[in-house]
Design a protein around this ligand. Sequence first.
Ligand SMILES: CC(C)(COP(=O)(O)OP(=O)(O)OC[C@H]1O[C@@H](n2cnc3c(N)ncnc32)[C@H](O)[C@@H]1OP(=O)(O)O)[C@@H](O)C(=O)NCCC(=O)NCCS
Length: 185
Amino acid sequence: MLGDAIVYVELNVNRHGMESRDFALRPARPGEGEVLYQLAVLSARTFCGTHYASHFIDTWMAGLEHDAYEPGIAAGNLVVAESASEPVGFVEWNPGRIERLYVTQSGQGIGAALLRLGEQQASGEDRSPIELEAALNAVNFYERHGYIRLEPGVFGGRPPSLIPIPMMRMRKTLFCHPGESHDQR
Ligand SMILES: CC(C)(COP(=O)(O)OP(=O)(O)OC[C@H]1O[C@@H](n2cnc3c(N)ncnc32)[C@H](O)[C@@H]1OP(=O)(O)O)[C@@H](O)C(=O)NCCC(=O)NCCS
């Protein structure tokens, strides 16, 4: 489990050489699940509309309780990106899987930093492959980070009364830690 400390700090200079906002990654804190739930709702509303009609977005989190993230937080499997003391993204993982990744400030390297950390944790010492269910708006993002498309599907865990939300199953088969020369990126 990650300790209760800042685990990663990014002084972000984007590929155009412009400095953007600093952010830090830290373990999520018990009781923070509600805030992260609202962050996920905002993120989906802000960024998923490019690939989903509003009737998908409006029910994006339906079937998920507001405290649904607390078990992941308690297990130490959830890390938050923070900027100016406010959460601006988070990643949740389990062994071999990235479960959730959401940011509220796009294009600043926050998603990539969260994904890298989540991958390190999910892949573990044996560097097992990583699978995830990608929102359709994020498929290209994951491809840029070494994932390949497996098959289309729908997100699980939704009440049958709600419209199924399409997604893409993806896998990263050759996982290398940052800084290693044979990363797939
Ligand atoms: C997908 C998401 C996590 C990306 O996070 P982000 O912080 O905007 O991404 P970053 O700024 O770290 O981008 C890293 C790189 O990926 C690229 N990128 C980001 N989003 C992209 C997208 N949707 N498609 C293609 N490339 C993308 C960036 O241009 C950047 O490229 P560069 O390294 O060449 O500059 C974010 O848009 C998001 O939260 N979306 C809504 C929720 C969601 O879809 N979650 C994931 C699936 S469940």
